[in-house]
Design a protein around this ligand. Sequence first.
Ligand SMILES: Nc1ncnc2c1ncn2[C@@H]1O[C@H](COP(=O)(O)OP(=O)(O)OP(=O)(O)O)[C@@H](O)[C@H]1O
Length: 260
Amino acid sequence: MLINCKNVKFIREQKPILSDINWQMNDNENWAILGLNGSGKTTLLKLITGYEWPSSGDLTVLNQPFGKTSIPDLKKRIGWVSSDLRKRIKEHEVAERVVLSGKFASIGIWEDVTESDKKLAIDMLSLCGGKELIDKPYGVLSQGQQQIVIIARALMAKPELLIFDEPCNGLDLFAREAMLDKINTIANEQQTKGLIFVTHYIEEIPTCFNHVLLLKNGQIFAKGLTKDIFNEDLLSQFYDNDVDIIQLADNRITIIPKKL
Ligand SMILES: Nc1ncnc2c1ncn2[C@@H]1O[C@H](COP(=O)(O)OP(=O)(O)OP(=O)(O)O)[C@@H](O)[C@H]1O
């Protein structure tokens, strides 16, 4: 099992940020997490990746129960692709070195790299559709290209769990579609045991995400198979507004407010 949350609660300043989180993510499942601003998505990711600890409850990630495991070792087995990381990379660093740094989970490289590391870096960039970026300084790349480099960097460490945290932020429509294709490719090539995709936008969820977790006010509103969760009644309750589902190409959906 990749993630097992049992009655997980996270409290800050006497306020419950997450409560009653009961959620299992099995191997070979890909989960999309949806929720409005402040619903607790980032906090849940911080718990899963060991940057925060539950205030109560049991959390097991990659079969490692919190409290009985080395968090630094666990972190190396999880890739987290976020716009925050995208901004922390040094502008002068060439793409190849950025990707290689993923092996060491560091920003910059302080250790020796081997020829096989370099080959893997090219393979991962190619898989993400960015082979031609290999010798370009990171700072001259577009946001979409930077995102490709960051994803290749995450894959370099052969993560068992890969998290995409709003990966389409700042991308134009066409760069976004190209990014979603790449995420589907990563899923189809089974580079990891499971993917998590966090977004505000339902229409962004690539088709490889077969499960959905809806978070509302720090609690799980619904969880299950994408085909079951994406129904108008449930989504209308979730958003506190009546919505219509519109079917898009390649099995994605979008929602619009229902016209009365
Ligand atoms: N360390 C903390 N101390 C106090 N409050 C916190 C802390 N971390 C998160 N919060 C609060 O918990 C709530 C959930 O925050 P979180 O960032 O997890 O939401 P989110 O769903 O990721 O939101 P967004 O979509 O805006 O990124 C917010 O009200 C936030 O202010």
